[in-house]
Design a protein around this ligand. Structure first.
Ligand code: AMP
Length: 306
């Protein structure tokens, strides 16, 4: 099994969907990534920062999932990153209402000494300079560096983001962001353009319409599982990325064939994430449920040709 470094926000989220509203619950990219990756019992460390207002029980919960939290810095007199979003009726689009960087504004990430040789690095959503610093601290070139980002950083720190994109093997972004980054409408053309920026693999997330992975001239499509109940899509993208990274760290196989399997695991995990508000479903997920859902994914698109 390989080691996995996870960087990203650990946050408070306030979410509004057509099905309800929450006040300051546990969220953050690294939280969702860590919870998803922990399904594979990987040796993973979270590199992030929270304020003194962050409940100790949340940190204990992450630790109980087997994640190393020694580099989850607590700034006693600071406030935790806060994000608030509101989803449209079809839940495919959302408006960000608040992004308060708080302690994230001056965060200097420190990769734990025993993770500086990790094979897999998952750069979850946060400031590109923090992501860059994590890459630079690795004392051995990782087998796979995966980047997730969002339009917020394209709007506010594009130059820094381009420096990170140049250094990663895989990028995961949603369709709208791929179009924003490249100015191309066709996702095939957009993916090809992104490959010239650095990544060998481009994964484009399309929400309830699944995900596409591009590699050289090849393309792979993973559907999203049609669900009866979707309460809150928050964290689905991070959960997808965490499942993807966790599966690859667990198997240590970084071939295109195995990346396809990783996409299915990521999609299956994301399908759980949306069933409850925030992290609730992911905190309580067990391996049997995941296995059954992987089989559902298999039968969803399997057919025989005469
Ligand atoms: P997702 O739904 O997968 O895009 O991720 C939602 C999570 O990302 C929430 O839990 C937020 O706390 C976190 N988040 C929102 N905006 C940002 C941002 N600008 N940088 C880092 N994390 C963010």
């Amino acid at each position: 099994m390989s080691k996995l470094v996870i960087v990203g926000t650990v946050a408070f989220d306030a979410i509004e969907t057509p099905f309800g509203k929450t006040d300051k619950i546990l969220g953050g990219a690294a939280t969702f990534i860590g919870l998803a990756a922990s399904q594979f019992e990987v040796d993973g460390a979270i590199v992030s920062v929270v304020g003194g207002d962050f409940p100790k029980e949340y940190i204990a919960m992450l630790e109980n999932k087997g994640l190393d939290v020694s580099s989850l810095e607590v700034v006693k007199d600071g406030k935790t990153f806060f994000w608030s979003g509101k989803y449209s009726h079809d839940m495919n689009t959302r408006d960000t209402l608040v992004t308060d960087l708080n302690v994230l504004a001056d965060f200097n990430p420190i990769v734990p000494e025993n993770y500086k040789d990790a094979e897999v690095v998952m750069l979850g959503n946060l400031h590109p300079l923090v992501q860059l610093s994590v890459i630079e601290q690795m004392n051995k070139k990782p087998a796979l560096v995966i980047l997730d980002t969002m339009n917020f950083w394209m709007d506010s720190a594009l130059d820094d983001l381009m420096k990170v994109i140049a250094k990663v093997d895989v990028i995961t972004i949603n369709d709208e962001e791929a179009r924003q980054l490249t100015g191309e409408y066709s996702l095939v053309v957009a993916a090809k353009k992104i490959m010239t920026m650095g990544p060998k693999y481009v994964v484009i997330k399309k929400g309830e319409h699944g995900a596409l992975m591009f590699y050289q001239d090849e393309m792979f499509y993973a559907p999203a599982l049609p669900l009866e109940e979707v309460f809150d899509p928050t964290g689905a993208g991070d959960t997808f990325a965490g499942g993807f990274a966790g599966y690859l760290a667990k198997t240590g196989d970084y071939s295109f064939g195995n990346l396809k399997k990783a996409i299915i695991y990521g999609s299956a995990l994301a399908s759980f994430c949306v069933e409850k508000f925030g992290t609730e479903r992911m905190v309580n997920l067990d391996k049997d449920e995941l296995f059954k859902r992987i089989l559902q994914f298999k039968s969803l698109t399997q057919f025989d040709l005469d």
